[in-house]
Design a protein around this ligand. Structure first.
Ligand SMILES: Cc1cc2nc3c(=O)[nH]c(=O)nc-3n(C[C@H](O)[C@H](O)[C@H](O)COP(=O)(O)O)c2cc1C
Length: 127
Protein backbone atom coordinates (compact mmCIF):
# COMPACT_ATOMS: atom_id res chain seq x y z
CA UNK A 1 0.00 0.00 0.00
CA UNK A 2 1.35 3.41 -0.95
CA UNK A 3 0.59 6.43 1.22
CA UNK A 4 -0.13 9.64 -0.69
CA UNK A 5 -0.12 12.81 1.37
CA UNK A 6 0.32 16.55 1.30
CA UNK A 7 1.56 18.87 4.01
CA UNK A 8 1.81 22.61 4.49
CA UNK A 9 3.47 22.88 7.90
CA UNK A 10 5.10 19.44 8.14
CA UNK A 11 2.77 17.69 10.61
CA UNK A 12 1.38 15.19 8.12
CA UNK A 13 4.89 14.44 6.87
CA UNK A 14 5.95 13.72 10.45
CA UNK A 15 3.01 11.33 10.80
CA UNK A 16 3.70 9.37 7.63
CA UNK A 17 7.40 9.11 8.46
CA UNK A 18 6.36 6.97 11.43
CA UNK A 19 4.65 4.45 9.11
CA UNK A 20 6.12 1.27 7.63
CA UNK A 21 4.78 2.13 4.19
CA UNK A 22 6.16 3.76 1.10
CA UNK A 23 5.01 7.39 0.83
CA UNK A 24 4.52 9.92 -1.94
CA UNK A 25 4.27 13.63 -1.12
CA UNK A 26 1.95 15.68 -3.30
CA UNK A 27 2.94 19.27 -3.88
CA UNK A 28 2.34 21.92 -6.48
CA UNK A 29 5.66 20.85 -8.00
CA UNK A 30 4.60 17.16 -8.04
CA UNK A 31 0.79 17.29 -8.22
CA UNK A 32 0.09 14.14 -10.23
CA UNK A 33 1.38 10.70 -10.88
CA UNK A 34 -0.26 7.75 -12.52
CA UNK A 35 -0.88 5.04 -9.94
CA UNK A 36 -0.70 1.34 -10.72
CA UNK A 37 -1.33 -0.02 -7.21
CA UNK A 38 -3.60 0.69 -4.25
CA UNK A 39 -3.01 3.80 -2.19
CA UNK A 40 -4.51 5.66 0.76
CA UNK A 41 -4.44 9.41 1.28
CA UNK A 42 -3.43 11.25 4.45
CA UNK A 43 -4.80 14.78 4.28
CA UNK A 44 -4.21 17.78 6.51
CA UNK A 45 -7.25 20.02 6.99
CA UNK A 46 -7.45 23.35 5.19
CA UNK A 47 -9.77 25.18 2.84
CA UNK A 48 -10.36 23.45 -0.48
CA UNK A 49 -8.18 25.97 -2.34
CA UNK A 50 -5.23 24.49 -0.47
CA UNK A 51 -6.14 20.79 -0.58
CA UNK A 52 -7.65 20.62 -4.08
CA UNK A 53 -4.44 19.07 -5.38
CA UNK A 54 -5.51 15.91 -3.55
CA UNK A 55 -8.75 15.75 -5.53
CA UNK A 56 -6.83 16.51 -8.72
CA UNK A 57 -4.48 13.63 -7.95
CA UNK A 58 -7.34 11.19 -7.32
CA UNK A 59 -9.10 12.33 -10.51
CA UNK A 60 -5.92 11.98 -12.57
CA UNK A 61 -6.12 9.25 -15.23
CA UNK A 62 -7.05 5.91 -13.60
CA UNK A 63 -6.09 6.81 -10.04
CA UNK A 64 -9.61 6.72 -8.63
CA UNK A 65 -9.80 2.93 -8.94
CA UNK A 66 -6.73 2.48 -6.73
CA UNK A 67 -7.86 4.90 -4.00
CA UNK A 68 -8.82 2.75 -0.98
CA UNK A 69 -9.10 4.98 2.09
CA UNK A 70 -8.31 8.28 3.72
CA UNK A 71 -6.98 9.60 7.02
CA UNK A 72 -7.08 13.15 8.32
CA UNK A 73 -4.74 15.33 10.33
CA UNK A 74 -6.40 18.26 12.05
CA UNK A 75 -6.84 20.27 15.21
CA UNK A 76 -9.81 19.65 17.54
CA UNK A 77 -10.00 23.39 18.30
CA UNK A 78 -11.75 23.67 14.93
CA UNK A 79 -14.69 21.80 16.52
CA UNK A 80 -17.24 20.79 13.87
CA UNK A 81 -14.65 21.54 11.18
CA UNK A 82 -12.29 18.92 12.67
CA UNK A 83 -10.63 16.93 9.84
CA UNK A 84 -13.33 18.01 7.37
CA UNK A 85 -10.95 17.61 4.43
CA UNK A 86 -10.57 13.86 5.02
CA UNK A 87 -14.29 13.49 5.77
CA UNK A 88 -15.20 15.31 2.56
CA UNK A 89 -12.85 13.08 0.55
CA UNK A 90 -14.35 9.94 2.12
CA UNK A 91 -17.84 11.07 1.17
CA UNK A 92 -16.95 12.32 -2.30
CA UNK A 93 -15.05 9.16 -3.31
CA UNK A 94 -16.95 6.65 -1.13
CA UNK A 95 -13.89 5.29 0.69
CA UNK A 96 -13.52 4.54 4.42
CA UNK A 97 -11.89 6.88 6.94
CA UNK A 98 -8.96 4.95 8.37
CA UNK A 99 -7.96 7.39 11.11
CA UNK A 100 -8.45 10.93 12.35
CA UNK A 101 -5.73 12.49 14.49
CA UNK A 102 -4.33 15.80 15.64
CA UNK A 103 -1.11 17.20 14.16
CA UNK A 104 1.47 14.42 13.64
CA UNK A 105 -0.50 11.80 15.61
CA UNK A 106 0.27 9.74 18.69
CA UNK A 107 1.60 6.19 18.79
CA UNK A 108 -2.00 5.07 19.22
CA UNK A 109 -3.01 6.96 16.06
CA UNK A 110 -0.16 5.32 14.17
CA UNK A 111 -1.27 1.85 15.37
CA UNK A 112 -4.86 2.53 14.42
CA UNK A 113 -3.81 3.72 10.98
CA UNK A 114 -1.62 0.66 10.35
CA UNK A 115 -4.41 -1.69 11.45
CA UNK A 116 -6.83 0.17 9.19
CA UNK A 117 -4.53 -0.16 6.22
CA UNK A 118 -3.99 -3.85 6.98
CA UNK A 119 -7.73 -4.40 7.10
CA UNK A 120 -7.99 -2.94 3.61
CA UNK A 121 -5.37 -5.50 2.60
CA UNK A 122 -2.63 -5.52 0.05
CA UNK A 123 -0.01 -4.27 2.48
CA UNK A 124 3.47 -3.79 1.21
CA UNK A 125 5.97 -3.05 3.91
CA UNK A 126 9.13 -1.21 3.02
CA UNK A 127 10.88 -1.79 6.37
C1 LIG B 1 -5.08 28.27 8.26
C2 LIG B 1 -5.35 26.96 8.94
C3 LIG B 1 -6.62 26.42 8.90
C4 LIG B 1 -6.90 25.19 9.51
N1 LIG B 1 -8.18 24.70 9.47
C5 LIG B 1 -8.47 23.53 10.12
C6 LIG B 1 -9.80 23.01 10.14
O1 LIG B 1 -10.74 23.59 9.61
N2 LIG B 1 -10.01 21.82 10.78
C7 LIG B 1 -9.01 21.13 11.41
O2 LIG B 1 -9.28 20.05 11.94
N3 LIG B 1 -7.73 21.60 11.40
C8 LIG B 1 -7.44 22.78 10.78
N4 LIG B 1 -6.16 23.27 10.78
C9 LIG B 1 -5.12 22.49 11.47
C10 LIG B 1 -4.24 21.69 10.51
O3 LIG B 1 -5.01 20.93 9.60
C11 LIG B 1 -3.37 20.74 11.35
O4 LIG B 1 -2.48 21.51 12.15
C12 LIG B 1 -2.58 19.76 10.51
O5 LIG B 1 -1.87 18.89 11.38
C13 LIG B 1 -1.61 20.48 9.59
O6 LIG B 1 -0.98 19.54 8.78
P1 LIG B 1 0.32 19.90 7.93
O7 LIG B 1 1.36 20.43 8.92
O8 LIG B 1 0.74 18.61 7.34
O9 LIG B 1 -0.05 20.93 6.91
C14 LIG B 1 -5.87 24.49 10.20
C15 LIG B 1 -4.58 25.04 10.26
C16 LIG B 1 -4.32 26.26 9.65
C17 LIG B 1 -2.93 26.84 9.76
Amino acid sequence: MLIVYMTLTGQTRRFVEKLPFECYELSTAFPTKQMTADFVVVAPTYDFEMTGIIDDFIDYQDNRRYFKGVAGSGNRNFAELYVFTARDLAKKYDVPIIAEFEFNGTEKDVDKFIKGVESIGNTSFTQ
